[in-house]
Write a protein that binds this ligand. Structure first.
Ligand code: NI
Length: 168
């Protein structure tokens, strides 16, 4: 297993639209293992393939307290179950150190495939519903900072650009 490099905002590769996964093989399983390890190591609760510069529609999530309930979603889509929104202070491994309040549908029905290609459905509420929507956004080239004001986004952008210059 290996730890993958996580792209950080405003890297333009985070804006790519991911392609559907069509091959369910050992290579995909290795990628899933690496993504889970990378997410846990970074103490994140979700990671989309886009964030590790793989432009395929797959993501991993673990919203459990102990980080022992990993879930994999391949080619995920969701349907909004009611009009109610919930607010969370969202963060992102690609926007390290910043948290902003984002409103999203409170409950969704997810449809996705597992590592073997089997289709499954899941009703998600609360943090899991928010997390899955945040991660699916990544597959469509979107980030949580797209939901906040331009001024705030620019401020985050310039702070991260400064950080990147320091470490380059
Ligand atoms: Ni994220």
């Amino acid at each position: 297993m290996s730890i993958l490099q996580i792209l950080e905002f405003p890297d333009p590769r985070l804006r790519k639209i991911a392609e559907p996964v069509t091959v369910f093989d050992g290579k995909l399983e290795v990628l899933i293992e690496d993504m889970l390890e990378t997410m846990h190591e970074a103490q994140g609760i979700g990671l989309a393939a886009t964030q590790v510069n793989v432009h395929k529609r797959l993501l991993v999530i673990d919203v459990s307290e102990n980080g022992d309930s990993p879930r994999v979603y391949i080619n995920p889509t969701f349907e909004i179950l009611d009009d109610e929104l919930s607010e969370y202070d969202e963060g992102c491994l690609s926007v390290p150190g910043f948290y902003e309040t984002v409103s999203r549908p409170r409950a969704v029905k997810i449809s996705a495939q597992d590592a073997k290609g089997e289709v499954f459905e899941q009703v998600a509420e609360g943090i899991l519903a928010t997390c899955i929507q945040h991660e699916i956004d990544h597959l469509d080239g979107k980030l949580f900072v797209d939901y906040i004001s331009t001024l705030k986004r620019q401020r985050i952008r310039s702070k991260l650009e400064k950080e990147h210059k320091k470490t380059a």
